[in-house]
Ligand binder design. Structure first.
Ligand code: G16
Length: 543
C-alpha cells in the first residue's frame, strides 16, 4: 500500500507562465517546494487529476529526470490513473503533443526551457498541454498562476517513482506509469505525412545534408528518421542529448548554430542543412550558400505543401504570429485560403487548428508546424522541405529565387537586446505606447510613420482576447518595425525588434537583408531610443 503525504507550503512569487510555460533558472526550480507548488497549482487549475491520463517527458536537460520522478509521485497522490512517460523522461515537444493526441490523454507536462541554455547554471521549465496536445491557453495559464498564489499544500506519494529507463508498465500506488519509446510513434506519424520513398531516392541520387542536433532532444529523432531515408552516416552532428547541451545554447539560428551556418556558406557545403532546438520544436533551414529566414520558410512550405502526400488535398488556411513577416499572407492570398495573424506563442494557433481553419502555422522565432500535432515541429519542417526538394529537384537557392520572383520578397530581420534592465525596457515600451496616437504622419530617420498601434487580438473561434501584444509601426512604402518584450527569458528583459520591408522589383530580390533593413532599424531606434535607453550599441543576437 503506497502512502501519500500532504505537505504544507507557502506560495512563491512570480510563478506566472510566460509565452510558453513557466521558465526560470534551474537553481530556482531546484529549491525545495518550487516545482511541487507549480505542479500542484497546475493539477488544481485543470480540475484535478482524478482518473486522468497524462503524458510526461522533456528535453533531457539537467534536473529533468528528478523533476519527472517528483511529478509522477504527485500525479499518483492526486489520483491520476496513468502517466505515459518517454523512456529516460525524454520526449520532444512535438512527440509529446502527438502522444497526448494519439493516446487520447487528458493532457501532458513537458519539462523544457526550449532554446534556453540548460545545466545547473542554465534554465529549466514546465509547461502544461491540454487534451488537444497543445499548450494550455491563456485562460488556463492565468488560472494556474492564480492558484500558485493561494497554494498552502501539495500532495505527493511517499514511494519512489519507478525506473524510467525500463520500458513497460509499472505501478505507483493505484497509478500506472507506462514507459514508452520516445521516437517510435512520432516516426510512424511522419511516415503518414511524407513520401519517404521519394526522399530516399533523392538521397540515393547523391543529395547531401547536414543536421545539427545541438546535443538536444532532436538528435535521436533525426538519427532514426534520416537513417530510414538513407542519409549518410555523418549527416547528423551533435546527435547525443546532453544535460547541459554540451555547454551550448540550443537555439537553431545563425548565431547559436554558427558552425553549421559557416559550413553552409563555405566552399564544401552539402545541398541542404537544418538544426533544431532544445526540445525539438524549432528549426533552421539552410541551403548551399543560402539561409532561409523562418518567415520565408513558412511561405515556401505553404506554397509547396501540396507536393507532400499529407497535404496533397491543399491547405485550409495559414496562420502566422504578428511579428512574422507577411510573406505567408501573399501565398495564402494566391491559394485563395484564409490567413491569420495571431499574438506570439504557439498556444494562439490551437483554436484555429482544432476548428480546421488553419493547416500550416509559423513564427519568425524558427517555429513551423501543421495540424498533425498542436506544437511547432522542427523535424516535421525539415521533412517537408526534404519532400519538396525531392519532388522539385531544385536547389534551395533556386526554390527561394523562384518564390521571390512569384511573390516578391519580404526582407526580414530580428534584433534581440538580451538581459537588459527590465525597468528601462518596460519604460521604453510604455513610452512608445503613450505616443502611438501622435505618431502617424511624423517623420523619423527619413521614414514617415503611416500606422502605429499596439497589437490586440480576438480569437476568431472562441472570442478570447489578448492585449498589449507588441507595438507595430508601419512606415510609408511598406516597411514595418515591431517592438515587443520576450516572454521566455529568465534574466532581466529582452527587447525584440522585428524589421521588414517588401520588395518586388525583380532587380532587387537578391540583396543583403542587413543592408536593406539598416535604414528601417535606424528609424526604429530614432523612434524608441533603444541605444540610449538600454545602454547598448548593438543587438546581442541578429536573426
Ligand atoms: C516559444 C513559443 C513561441 C514563441 C517563442 C518566442 O518558443 O512557443 O510561440 O514565438 O517562444 O517567444 P518570446 O518572443 O516571447 O521569447 P519556444 O521554442 O521557446 O517554446
Amino acid at each position: 500500500m503506497t502512502a501519500f503525504s500532504t505537505v504544507d507550503t507557502t506560495p512563491f512569487a512570480g510563478q506566472k507562465p510566460g509565452t510558453s510555460g513557466l521558465r526560470a533558472t534551474t537553481r530556482t526550480f531546484m529549491q525545495p517546494r518550487y516545482l511541487e507548488n507549480f505542479v500542484q497549482a497546475t493539477f488544481d487549475a485543470v480540475g484535478g487529476l482524478s482518473g486522468k491520463t497524462l503524458v510526461l517527458g522533456g528535453d533531457g536537460r539537467f534536473f529533468g529526470a528528478e523533476a519527472a520522478a517528483t511529478i509522477l509521485r504527485m500525479a499518483a497522490a492526486n489520483g491520476a490513473a496513468r502517466v505515459i512517460v518517454g523512456r529516460g523522461a525524454l520526449l520532444s515537444t512535438p512527440a509529446a503533443s502527438n502522444l497526448i493526441r494519439s493516446r487520447g490523454a487528458d493532457g501532458g507536462i513537458i519539462l523544457s526551457a526550449s532554446h534556453n541554455p540548460g545545466g545547473e547554471d542554465g534554465d529549466f521549465g514546465v509547461k502544461y498541454n491540454g487534451a488537444n496536445g497543445g499548450p494550455a491557453p491563456e485562460a488556463v495559464t492565468a488560472e494556474i498562476h492564480a492558484r500558485t498564489e493561494a497554494l498552502d499544500a501539495y500532495r505527493i506519494a511517499d514511494a519512489d517513482a519507478p525506473d524510467l529507463d525500463a520500458p513497460g508498465e509499472h505501478a505507483l500506488g493505484d497509478m500506472i506509469v507506462e514507459v514508452v519509446d520516445p521516437v517510435v510513434d512520432y516516426l510512424a506519424l511522419m511516415k503518414t505525412l511524407f513520401d519517404f520513398d521519394a526522399i530516399r531516392a533523392h538521397f540515393a541520387s547523391g543529395f547531401t545534408m547536414r543536421f545539427d542536433g545541438m546535443h538536444a532532444i532532436t538528435g535521436p529523432y533525426a538519427t532514426a528518421v534520416l537513417a530510414e531515408l538513407g542519409a549518410g552516416p555523418d549527416t547528423v552532428m551533435n546527435a547525443v542529448p546532453l544535460p547541459d547541451f554540451g555547454g551550448g545554447h540550443p537555439d537553431p539560428n545563425p548565431t547559436w548554430a554558427r558552425p553549421l551556418y559557416d559550413e553552409m556558406m563555405g566552399g564544401n557545403a552539402p545541398d541542404f542543412a537544418a538544426a533544431s532546438d532544445g526540445d525539438g520544436d524549432r528549426n533552421m533551414i539552410l541551403g548551399r550558400g543560402v539561409y532561409v529566414s523562418p518567415s520565408d520558410s513558412l511561405a515556401v512550405l505553404a506554397a509547396n505543401a501540396h507536393l507532400a502526400p499529407g497535404y496533397a488535398g491543399g491547405l485550409k488556411g495559414v496562420a502566422r504570429s504578428m511579428p512574422t513577416s507577411r510573406a505567408a499572407d501573399r501565398v495564402a492570398a494566391k491559394l485563395g485560403v484564409e490567413a491569420f495573424e495571431t499574438p506570439t506563442g504557439w498556444k494562439y494557433f490551437g483554436t484555429l487548428l482544432d476548428a480546421g481553419r488553419a493547416t500550416l502555422c509559423g513564427e519568425e522565432s524558427f517555429g513551423t508546424g501543421s495540424d498533425h500535432v498542436r506544437e511547432k515541429d522542427g523535424l516535421w519542417a525539415v521533412l517537408l522541405w526534404l519532400n519538396i526538394l525531392a519532388v522539385r529537384r531544385q536547389s534551395v537557392a533556386e526554390i527561394m529565387a523562384d518564390h521571390w520572383k512569384t511573390y516578391g520578397r519580404d526582407y526580414y530581420t530580428r534584433h534581440d537586446y538580451e538581459a537588459v534592465d527590465k525597468t528601462a525596457a518596460e519604460a521604453l515600451m510604455d513610452d512608445l505606447r503613450g505616443r502611438l496616437a501622435g505618431l502617424p504622419g511624423q517623420s523619423v530617420g527619413g521614414y514617415t510613420v503611416e500606422t502605429a498601434d499596439d497589437f490586440a487580438y480576438t480569437d476568431p473561434i472562441d472570442g478570447a482576447k489578448a492585449a498589449k501584444q507588441g507595438v507595430r509601426i508601419g512606415f510609408q512604402g511598406g516597411a514595418r518595425a515591431v517592438f515587443r518584450l520576450s516572454g521566455t527569458g529568465t534574466q532581466g528583459a529582452t527587447l525584440r525588434l522585428y524589421l521588414e520591408r517588401f520588395e518586388d522589383d525583380p532587380a532587387r530580390l537578391a540583396l543583403d537583408p542587413a543592408q536593406v533593413l539598416r535604414p528601417v532599424a535606424e528609424a526604429a531606434d530614432a523612434l524608441a531610443g533603444i541605444r540610449e535607453r538600454l545602454g547598448r550599441d548593438a543587438p546581442d543576437v541578429t536573426t
